[in-house]
Design a protein around this ligand. Sequence first.
Ligand SMILES: Cc1cc2nc3c(=O)[nH]c(=O)nc-3n(C[C@H](O)[C@H](O)[C@H](O)COP(=O)(O)OP(=O)(O)OC[C@H]3O[C@@H](n4cnc5c(N)ncnc54)[C@H](O)[C@@H]3O)c2cc1C
Length: 415
Amino acid sequence: MKHDTLVLGAGMVGVGCALHLQARGQSVALVDRRAPGLETSHGNAGLIQREAIAPYALPRGLGFLLSGATNRRVDVRYHALDAARMLGPLWDYHRNSAPDRYKQISREYETLIALSLETHQQLMNEAGVNDLVAGQGYLMLCRTERELQRIFAVADERARDGVNHTKLTGAEVARDEPALVGSFAGAVRWTDPLAISSPSDLVQAYARLFEQRGGVVHLGDATTLRTTDAGGWQVDTADGQTLEASQVVVALGPWTTQLTARFGYTAPVIPKRGYHMHYARLPDRPLHSTIIDTENGYVIAPMKDGLRLTTGAELANVDAPRTPHQLDAAEKIARQNFPLGERVDPEPWMGTRPCMPDMKPVFGPVPGALGLWCAFGHGHQGFTLGPVTGELLAAMMTGAAPRVDVRPFSPARFG
Ligand SMILES: Cc1cc2nc3c(=O)[nH]c(=O)nc-3n(C[C@H](O)[C@H](O)[C@H](O)COP(=O)(O)OP(=O)(O)OC[C@H]3O[C@@H](n4cnc5c(N)ncnc54)[C@H](O)[C@@H]3O)c2cc1C
């Protein structure tokens, strides 16, 4: 079957690309080894993070390094051998987190985040799924006065760039979330973001919209990708078809470079794995907002399947065995403050944030491979940015002018 473009990977990023290419008149086939939205785009904290105009930097303080050495932090852990193999990219990440570089990177990152709400809102309206919005805004909860003042300063800085927030004292936190136990210094409520009640339902709703508009979703293994003698691209589907197109987008999240390497392109992905678990709600102690425990780096999000606890980052290879110690540690702390009932899921879920050393996503033409494009490396905000990347990449692929300068996100900066 011939199409204009094949999109490999049906996470938030791949589905965003497929929809926007289709909107530009292309015939598109979307291929994934599973149904849409069942990997990292399923298990995240469900926030469309309009406030995240600066990406997630590597803390540079000595305290962080020293406390990290014992590998017992709640927010960041690592598999020692895997982390050792990442030392080069981690060193670049460290350098890019220095104030001057970070400022420039954030300026570039902000151009994408600024489009996140409107691109999602448009698709949600078209797909008729505004009911998946569980709430607007979320809380960054601080236990200590020191952390609170740090977060207040971040909020003031972001306010200058048009990001809205409200500052809460400890008493105001207790008023808004009476189910919390314990005393907190205060919080910032970011008021622009959207909290989604089931991230994979949103990806699947977008995938259905793509199908309703004539797109086709296939099960298939992207590693069957090959070039044709005529200079096109082919991939096999699970039901025995061969799909062909002149262009292909590789949007396989943390698995992207495993495939592009076969066509001569690679890039230094830092896999930050994360876990989640759902807990039963306690009927007499409802939680109203998604809350980040900033000092411990985990999130509690009220979702369709219960209260979802998502963990911070585990530096480990994407396919290395699961070690959900961070989840256990975060749960132990969270149980002291949050209204968590029994565990709901039989096993912890695990997924991988594909992070780049310069904290920016990678999308555009793959150097040296005609017709091969990629879209990956969205790190901590791929759920937020999928539709933005889709819009910008579709413009590039169809010869139109993207709405923002896409050069900072070019695949050519690596490889
Ligand atoms: C704990 C946690 C919390 C997070 N919270 C947030 C949040 O609140 N907000 C936010 O914006 N982001 C969040 N993120 C990040 C976000 O989830 C990711 O950046 C985003 O999901 C990446 O989307 P993707 O489409 O690039 O990758 P994925 O969703 O991983 O999709 C890749 C797809 O490729 C497919 N695939 C892989 N290999 C093959 C193959 N060989 N053949 C066919 N298909 C293949 C997979 O099946 C998958 O569907 C969080 C991440 C984690 C881990």
